[in-house]
Design a protein around this ligand. Sequence first.
Ligand code: GMT
Length: 380
Amino acid sequence: MKIGIVCYPTFGGSGVVATELGLGLAHKGHHVHFITYKRPVRLTAFHTNVYFHEVRSMDYDLFEYVPYESSLASKLVDVIRFEKLDILHVHYAIPHAAVAFMTKQILRAQGIEIPVVTTLHGTDITLVGADASFAPVVEFSINASDGVTAVSNQLRKETYETFNIKNEIKVIHNFIDFTRFRKTNKDHFRKAIALDDEKIMVHISNFRMVKRVQDVIYVFDKIVKQVKCKLLMIGDGPERKHMEELCRSLQLCDHIRFLGKQEAVEEILAIADLFIMPSENESFGLAALEAMACEVPVISSNAGGLPEVNIDGVTGFMYEIGDIEGMAAGSIELLTNEEKLTQFRQNAFNHAKKFDIENILPHYENYYYEVINNLAVHAQ
Ligand code: GMT
């Protein structure tokens, strides 16, 4: 197949999933065209069958906001026509599903029918999409897609609860590439970060409010009073400055390191003993799955789709949102019981295996064929 993929090219989960999916499909022989405003962060090396089309918007004094949607639609029309794409897969509904609709209409006027699949990732429904400034467009463009997928059962449910959706939404869980995410020996790195008798906790996020990063710090404040431990904070975003101030006021600076955005997160996960994700909302929690693939158990909230990833009492522990006492107690329990920690590490890895890209990728491939065939049948 010739597949077009539209996504955010940033460190965010939706862009990561879109890129890994495209690379996996290319590896299986499909031709994959990424169309976005910047090279996706995980699209680093040259790959046969992978193409990147950069969307450029013309700047003009009149534009207070550059109309990226128009530039993206124009680029899509061009790539779909000339590369003869079979299907267009857009990740994150805003604005990509609406742009896909516009593209579809323009191509239809030119006698070309392009099937569109929209994948819902989370905040495009739960946080941003539900806002009145986007909701009518999101609802319309989900209904106008030829196929719709959600990354968890919970996100599918919330989408039906939030909008008037007439389409069937198929759940295809996020996945992990075990050739990249696996436990490797990084002892030299561990020694540079922590003393031999210290444990290492890791948090990875975009430091937005929804991640409740302050809970990570408050939980760690309780842990460090009982366990020799370091905390690595990976990522960057609007809350980072506040979090650094909070660390200073709690006098935790000697124990916490902010490492900013990192590309090789698997190298950091390789030295971690515990991963923490106390989010207010999380449609899936890809960062938690990446940790589990590297044999790192997870302390998390029970928000959104997290119970589909982290199994309470097996791959880690799960608590109500904001339960700082509980999260600290669960962390201490694991960090002070080597036998239990080893068992949870193994359980985390075993559960992550269910999300192996090898198992999930065929679901997308089959779904593409189904959507293409349905459209062809209706066109007859
Ligand atoms: O977590 C974010 O804020 C980034 C966001 C994105 O769209 O890039 O992540 C969402 O999509 C990820 C990939 O499907 C999911 O693993 C995250 O759980 C989801 N984030 C939220 O629902 C808050």
